[in-house]
Design a protein around this ligand. Structure first.
Ligand code: KIV
Length: 248
């Protein structure tokens, strides 16, 4: 059984899915050993690794480099890779770039930010047997100002568009839907009404699984705008303080 089928059967048995980002081999090895279901090489690396304000300048080459690093540490977890901004502008480009990851089992799944404008591209990828995670709600690749970092689906009109998009994506045949920063009642409704795993970040707890950026969990994210963990101390603090004590 391939890893996606295994994950689906895990979900169908009522289990919750865990997904955490990693950008290097040590972290992916650790998360894998902790039984994390999906390791995501996210374009959040623009912020947490490169120290930039957004995900906008992450290149396919950078995602590929970090995917190679992460892949080295993996045994059991499923490997999901973000298609960065500008790398899936049309069907041909999206397929070519997705195949770079999916061919030869390099990665298991590509994730792309989806709105009503690029649904056709997603449908095309699925028709070409590319396993897809559709990321909807807050779409960091399209955000131009800080005000874009907000809860989505609060107004009836916006909620309706996002809800219908999720249903269409399910019909198209994507494997997973990822909700970012969605109003939690809407997120729960989407999760209840879609027959595929719906995981989320900043979208409430009533979903099929949760996503986290590893540096948020460690409390040391470089750029906290896109962070949903409001913790100011890090679990690393004790270790660092112990280390410093040795030097005294
Ligand atoms: O790039 C990323 O890490 C993501 C998560 C925030 C969902 O897309």
């Amino acid at each position: 059984m391939n890893k996606i089928k295994k994950l689906l059967s895990f979900y169908e048995r009522g289990n919750k899915i865990s997904c955490i980002t990693a950008y290097d081999a040590s972290m992916s090895k650790y998360l894998d050993s902790m039984g994390i279901d999906i390791i995501l090489v996210g374009d959040s690396l623009g912020q947490v690794i490169k120290g930039e304000k957004s995900t906008h300048n992450v290149s396919l080459g950078e995602i590929t480099y970090h995917t190679k690093c992460v892949k080295s540490g993996l045994k059991n977890s499923l490997l999901m890779v973000d298609l960065p901004k500008g790398t899936f502008k049309n069907k041909t480009q999206a397929l070519k770039n997705s195949r770079k990851f999916i061919s030869n089992g390099f990665a298991d799944l590509v994730k792309l930010e989806v709105n009503t404008n690029n649904l056709g591209i997603v449908e095309y990828l699925v028709s070409k047997r590319i396993p897809v995670c559709a990321h909807i709600g807050l779409l960091p690749q399209t955000i131009k100002t800080k005000s874009g970092y907000r809860k989505y689906g609060k107004s009836k009109k916006e909620a309706c568009v996002i809800y219908n998009l999720a249903l269409e994506l399910t019909q198209i045949g994507v494997d997973i839907i990822l909700l970012e920063c969605l109003e939690s009642r809407l997120a729960r409704r989407i999760c209840n009404d879609c027959s595929i795993p719906v995981i989320g970040i900043g979208s409430g707890n009533s979903l099929d699984g949760q996503v986290a950026v590893i540096y948020d969990l460690l409390g040391i994210s470089y750029n906290v705008i896109d962070s949903f963990i409001t913790k100011h101390t890090s679990p690393l603090d004790n270790q660092i303080n112990k280390f410093k004590k040795q030097l005294k």
